[in-house]
Write a protein that binds this ligand. Sequence first.
Ligand code: FPP
Length: 228
Amino acid sequence: MDGNGRWAKQRGKQRIFGHSNGVKSVREVVEECARLGIEYLTLFAFSTENWSRPEDEVNVLMKLLVTSLKKEFKKLAENNIVLKTIGNTAALPEVVQKELAFVIEKTKNNSGMNLTLALNYGAREEITQAFRSLAVKVKNSIISPEKVDQSVINEHLYTRNMPEVDLLIRSSGEKRISNFLLWQIAYAELYFTKVLWPDFRKEELHNALLNYENRERRFGKTSEQLNA
Ligand code: FPP
């Protein structure tokens, strides 16, 4: 969800104004994905690198999270959404952890879309913690090195219960992955748009999905094999 700061700057406002308008896009995109029957939506809300932003901005982002969770909780329930997180959430401020735990608990029996917030998430951190816990298991003879295959690695990632990524969308014109789901996007379709996140609404989501629909996903095979 990139481009909040630039959106605010274009309007002569503080970056924070961009983030609060970014929340409106979050609301609209989440509701529309749920309505369309998308089963998994993962939002990159705060990266392991975002701590190096000015303290004021980090505090505002944390506050926005808490107020959004409080305010949108009913809407999540109405839309039958299950909330989860990926990332090192134990390092988030306690008030954020508490609010997350509350909404996760309250939505856990819903049967609709899985909405995952990537919070204090970084793919390299995720892969590192997976390696570390695997190394401990090998050391303690819980698993033998020959048994470490792709599915075992998958099971040690934050995304262990999630399917492969089909489509990755990045707003604001940057053509980078920025440490997001590096292992999981091996075969994902990538969609980059110049639209800044606060302007990324329903119509923009539809554009991305229509574009995705016209991709041919070959997973290493040839076009002829797929059409046979
Ligand atoms: C990137 O834009 C955006 C973020 C680091 C924060 C995203 C957070 C929200 C949209 C609000 C809170 C989220 C939820 C789930 C309620 P940027 O600040 O890097 O923009 P810039 O590149 O234009 O400076």
